[in-house]
Design a protein around this ligand. Structure first.
Ligand SMILES: Nc1nc2c(ncn2[C@@H]2O[C@H](COP(=O)(O)OP(=O)(O)OP(=O)(O)O)[C@@H](O)[C@H]2O)c(=O)[nH]1
Ligand SMILES: [Mg+2]
Length: 396
């Protein structure tokens, strides 16, 4: 039995008496619904007590979902199933129209994770309205949302900001992911081969990993366990959060690694990648958080993992962290995953701005007249020749 086997049969490490809390992950609008599709592919909905819900005004965007996903078309009367047309007021009204229906689907949740791409009518207008319902039901409610690329329409960026500010009123905690961070030098080595759709799918993956970090901690039982109560303590009314899932590099061989330092290296790598999530701006120093927790996931035969993690943490000046240790049989013995969740940063509140440097680089990256933000993302190719100035500039 391991973390990737979510079936409810057989014996193993999980304590079957243990009833995990119920988490409902709600994707809103185009960005949120596509994030839900990524989560279906990663089988998040097969985890115990995790339910995926796709909410949209756009009927077409709700088609073709797997049986394991609840789809909710909101504002049937007000939007006629055609989307909110970039109008957040329409997104909000759609939720008001479907209030009771949404409420019924949120019933029974201990935690709601809302995810959306801010900038359109549904994402920016409906997400805060759904958060309000969850909040009024007394559910721990968090948002993991993205800001549009700086080359998207100015109007969208403004709507996104308004949407974030509104959402903050109703969530316990918020994680803001800047799409522009896809151009971070830590990620951009093969940027010239990527299309716009691929950039979006990188962001989908960031959303997925953040949600995985929370759901794994809550729904799985560890040798040293962390659970919903820990997540609640960390995120309840914390306003801002840092959530990240780091992994060690893939090594071909899976030989024993307790004596040759490979495990130490794997821990260092996983910890670095969990601590330095390039998509989350400003908040990366988890020592500035009021509460922080970590869960390390390793093969059951990897010995002495937690003391090694503690050593690696103290080397980085990190203390006061609630740690857990989970085992996953399917993992190679020299593979380590680390989930970090931290909540309550002093500096996180004004963090809804576009990085100036990122903007300059993006303008160089692609002339504005070449960009048609109305064109469907999947048809949109970023032409490699426009990437040259960016690459030159980033070498300076
Ligand atoms: N990561 C990711 N982001 C997306 C995707 N699709 C859209 N987005 C982002 O989400 C923002 C809003 O998407 P829209 O389709 O404009 O808006 P919407 O929320 O569906 O609202 P309406 O279309 O007005 O009903 C976009 O500007 C993108 O930044 C996607 O597939 N993945
Ligand atoms: Mg849309």
């Amino acid at each position: 039995m391991n973390l990737s086997d979510y079936s409810n049969t057989g014996s193993g490490l999980r304590n079957w008496q243990y009833q995990p809390a119920t988490i409902k992950v709600v994707g809103v609008g185009s960005g949120g619904c596509n994030a839900v599709r990524t989560m279906v592919a990663a089988k998040i909905n097969e985890m115990p007590n995790v339910q995926l819900i796709a909410v949209n005004t756009d009927k077409q965007a709700l088609a073709g979902f797997d049986d394991g996903v609840v789809t909710i078309q909101i504002g049937e009367e007000t939007t006629k199933g055609l989307g909110a047309g970039g109008n957040p007021e329409a997104g909000k009204k759609a939720v008001e129209e479907s209030h009771e229906f949404i409420k019924a689907h949120l019933e029974g949740a201990d935690m709601v994770i809302l995810t959306t791409g801010m900038g359109g009518g549904t994402g920016s207008g409906a997400t805060p309205a759904v958060a309000k319902i969850a909040n009024e039901m007394g559910i721990l409610t968090v948002g993991i949302i993205t800001l549009p690329y700086s080359f998207e329409k100015e109007e969208k960026k403004e709507l996104a900001k308004q949407g974030v500010l509104k959402l903050r009123e109703f969530v316990d905690s918020l994680l803001v992911i800047e799409n522009d961070k896809v151009f971070d030098e830590r990620l951009s080595n093969d940027i010239k081969h990527k299309t716009y759709a691929q950039f979006l799918s990188i962001v989908d993956d960031v959303l997925l990993k953040s949600i995985q970090a929370i759901t794994i901690i809550i729904t799985h039982h560890g040798i040293i366990n962390r659970d919903f109560a820990d997540i609640k303590k960390t995120l309840s009314k914390s306003r801002t959060m840092y959530v990240s899932m780091g992994e060690s590099l893939n090594r071909e061989k899976s030989e024993e690694c307790t004596n040759d330092g490979t495990l130490e290296n794997a821990i260092e790598e996983a910890l670095d990648s969990a601590l330095n999530n390039p998509f989350v701006d400003g908040n990366n120093n988890i020592m500035e958080a009021k509460e922080r927790m970590l869960v390390v996931i390793a093969n059951p035969h990897a010995k002495g993992v937690l003391p090694l993690v503690k050593e690696a943490l103290s080397k980085r000046g990190i203390s006061g962290i609630n740690s857990g240790w989970y085992q996953e049989e399917g993992l190679l013995i020299n593979k380590i995953k680390i989930a970090i969740v931290a909540g309550g940063f002093e500096t996180g509140d004004s963090n809804i701005s576009y990085t100036e440097v990122g903007q300059i680089e993006l303008q160089t990256l692609m002339p504005p007249e070449k960009i048609d933000p109305d064109r469907p993302a999947y048809l949109y190719n970023i032409c490699p020749k426009f990437l040259k100035p960016y690459r030159k500039q980033s070498k300076k």
